[in-house]
Structure formats: C-alpha cells, structure tokens
Design a protein around this ligand. Sequence first.
Ligand code: PEP
Length: 248
Amino acid sequence: MRKPLVMGNWKMHGSRASVKQLLGGLVREGGYPSVDVVVCPAFVHIPLAVSLCEGSGLGVGAQDCSHMAAGAYTGEVAAEMLVDSGCRWVILGHSERRQYHGESDDMVAAKVAAALAAGLAPVVCVGETRDEREAGEAQYTVARQLQGALRGQSNTRHLVVAYEPVWAIGTGLTATPQEAQAMHAFIREQLADLKGVDAAATRVLYGGSVKPDNAAELFAETDIDGALVGGASLDAQDFQAIVAAARG
Ligand code: PEP
C-alpha cells in the first residue's frame, strides 16, 4: 500500500511574509497522519519554512539541486546543503527546468544521483508536450525521460515520479483521470523494467492544474498516488482541500 503524497511547488513565488502566512494556514494540530504533505519553497525561504514546519508533520523540499556534490559552481545549491538545511525532498527535471535551463536527461540523471547520494528523495518529473501527444509520442517521451533519469541507479528506495504533461501545467487543462491513469500504469511498467527500482512501492504523482474540484477523481485511479501541485498550492485552503481528497 503506497501512502499518498501531496507536494506543493511554490516555484519563484513568495516573500518571508507570505511564507509565514501560507504555512500558518497549513500547519495544524495533529498534522496529516495518513498522507505525506510537502511544500517546496524557493531556496532562500527553505530555512524559514523548515523552522515553521518543525513538529507539524509537514515536510519541506527544494525545487532543484546541483548535479555536483561541492566546489566552484557559482549559484548552485548542493543536495547535501539541502539535507543540512532540513529538506528531505527535491523536485528534479521539472519541465520548466528542461525548457528554460536546457536540462537534458543526462543532467537530470546526474542530479538524481546527487540527490540519492545525499539521502534526499528525488521527485523526478516526466511528461510530454502537446505536440508530442498529438504526434502519438507521449509514451515514447515519458519512457525516454524515465530511463534517462534513472539509468544506472542502484538504490532508488526514496524515488518518487511525477507525471506532468507539459500541456497541463499552469494552463487549467488537466489530463482526464483515464488519460492520467493510462500513463501512470505505463510508468509503473517502465519502472518495473528498470534494475534497482521497486515499481510497486514507488509513488507516482500526477501534476498539471490539479485543483480541489478535480483532485478526488484523479486520486481515485489505481496508479495515481498523489499530486505535485503548482498554482493551487499557493492557497492554503485549496491545497488543504487537495490533501483532504488524497486522504480519501
Ligand atoms: C507544476 O508546475 O508542477 C504544476 C503542476 O503546476 P500547476 O499545478 O499550476 O499546473
């Protein structure tokens, strides 16, 4: 049985004041016992988020990390630094990183290796563009990204995969539960073929315009183990409603 996981990707939003306000709405007595809930603020807000989440059951993650362990890499943040700051999770290979920062499958693989070596749970994002879907290449793209990111990894115990069709991110368009389930089942099959991956235990999240009104039907699908949420994670009430849908 896979425990549901709901992650908020806050992207490049927020201030110290808004982080305090948002977490004020999310930290609650008793925590979130039957679901893992994680927020991923910008790097500079991580220490504040970690201190505000302490003892609450809410986890804190980062939106990226360096592929290198340490050294002369100006502007980079190492996975070890994230662990040292209280993070347990890191989003890797998000389509915005692939699109705006030219991240290749090889770079994502190096980041996954760095994250795993440091003890972070990598949340590996995969997903096709609209053109790729229309050309019938969605599965090919997702398989390539998965194999590229996980090639040669021998210990993927903490691995999480997020299926995020690029055409659904921030657009208000969502894959139907059936479309999402079909791809999640395909991802699990692909994971089963990879050495060192426990496909049945690996959580596969859906991401792409998840909102309170579509979350429950997505989570009802067998292979959808939670969500990576962008826009709606910036609103405490909406995010909590999505978490509640994951609890079932
Ligand atoms: C994301 O960026 O990971 C995402 C899923 O964004 P949104 O929920 O806004 O589509």
